[in-house]
Design a protein around this ligand. Structure first.
Ligand SMILES: Cc1ncc(COP(=O)(O)O)c(C=O)c1O
Length: 379
């Protein structure tokens, strides 16, 4: 790969931040002037605004999305040894958080078309110890709320959504984060709504659960120096919340930009289907917010995924893989399964490639990416 800057980068933060730079600088200046750094006004404002935008009553800002899941499970009453169903193909943080909550992750394979958890396969994963399911709205596409509610109601399970990649996504009348008992979001910089560092939030309609989360994130203290829970220190910084307050009003527009870009990719890539280039399916007419635009390079392709990625790099197209190794094949998580246990997830890991995707990605750039794919397949 060359050392020159890519012609089409994988993400571009400055396009997003430049137009609102003075608003952000002013918001940060205000926090510094007021010395309002921890559990301040900006945080309270952001918690209310983000929860409302997601169609939910309460938001609790946390240090990161992983903590939002781990502490959230604790707050939901998950006990050591409880089993929690998660997809085999997710970012490892979903599994980490379950283990941190002292529960047992039970992996389930995915639908090979959408890469989302396969709820039919999940039926056989339920035991008497199963207490919850964590659907992951992967790449910005929600797991069907209708099917999820049916599954969880039949098995009497808590739904705890991992919406880290799905800010304001919607499906079947539900916003991401509004289906279940609670949901976790991440504000990692590259997310559709990203802070200038780490950040996360739990949202819920349950006032008691929200109160418990506020206690857990603050050393288990409902008031100063009174510790009623074994909590931790996991607060979303007021400075980060101030940045997020400035960015939140633009999120719908940024999500629309991503959806438009995805549609352009879909149109241009359609003729390449018979050459083994197949976009991950979008099963609803709207509501997918394309945190990532992912294609599969199937066996019908003249080259494999790694070769295509290398060739695209030579053409100045930066790409990613989300994710190259499924959870159960990670060295630290071998107790979650063996090779062959979750075949769709394993195959996807070998076939998927994430193409450049960000608000402001131009049609010309998308055309450059697709042209580079065609050239790579033909040589
Ligand atoms: C699906 C998923 N779950 C959980 C997380 C964890 O979020 P964070 O990185 O903020 O801890 C992420 C983010 O990277 C994610 O993509």
């Amino acid at each position: 790969m060359s050392n020159r800057p890519p012609k089409v980068p994988f993400v571009n933060f400055s396009l997003q931040h430049q137009p609102i730079q003075s608003q952000i600088a002013e918001a940060i200046r205000k926090i510094i002037q007021e010395g309002d750094f921890i559990l301040g006004h900006a945080l309270a404002e952001f918690e209310t605004a983000f929860a409302a935008a997601s169609g939910v009553k309460y938001g609790v800002g946390l240090a990161c999305g992983t903590d939002a899941i781990a502490l959230g499970l604790q707050a939901c009453g998950i006990n050591p040894g409880d089993e929690i169903i998660i997809p085999a193909n997710t970012f490892i943080a979903t599994a980490i958080a379950v283990v941190q909550a002292k529960a047992i992750p039970i992996l389930v394979d995915c639908d090979p078309e959408t890469a989302l958890i396969d709820l039919t396969a999940a039926e056989t994963a339920v035991t008497s110890k199963t207490k919850a399911i964590i659907p992951v709205h992967l790449y910005g596409q929600m797991v069907s709320p209708r099917q999820l509610l049916d599954f969880a109601n039949r098995h009497d399970l808590i739904i705890f959504e991992d919406a880290a990649q799905a800010h304001l996504a919607h499906r079947e009348g539900y916003r991401a984060g509004s289906i279940g008992k609670a949901a976790a979001f991440s504000f990692y910089p590259s997310k559709n709504l990203g802070s200038f560092g780490d950040g996360g939030m739990l949202i819920t309609n349950d006032a008691q659960l929200a109160d418990k989360m506020r206690t857990l994130r603050n050393y288990g203290a409902p008031s100063k120096y009174l510790h009623t829970e074994i909590g931790t220190n996991s607060r979303l910084d007021n400075l980060q919340a101030a940045v997020l307050n400035v960015k939140l009003p633009y999120l719908e527009k940024w999500n629309r930009d991503r959806t438009d870009a995805a549609q352009h990719y879909n149109t241009l890539l359609a003729p390449l289907k018979h050459k083994g280039i197949v976009p991950i399916a979008n099963h609803s007419s709207s509501g997918h917010i394309y945190h990532l635009y992912v294609i599969k390079i199937t066996e019908e392709s003249s080259i494999n995924r790694n070769t295509l990625q290398e060739k695209l790099g030579q053409h100045g197209i930066q790409t990613g893989i989300h994710y190259p190794i499924p959870c159960h094949l990670q060295p630290a998580y071998q107790n979650l399964g063996n090779r062959g246990d979750f075949l769709h997830a394993e195959t996807l890991c070998e076939q998927i490639l994430s193409l450049p995707m960000y608000p402001g990605l131009s049609n010309t750039q998308i055309e450059q990416v697709v042209r580079a794919i065609v050239l790579s397949l033909n040589c």
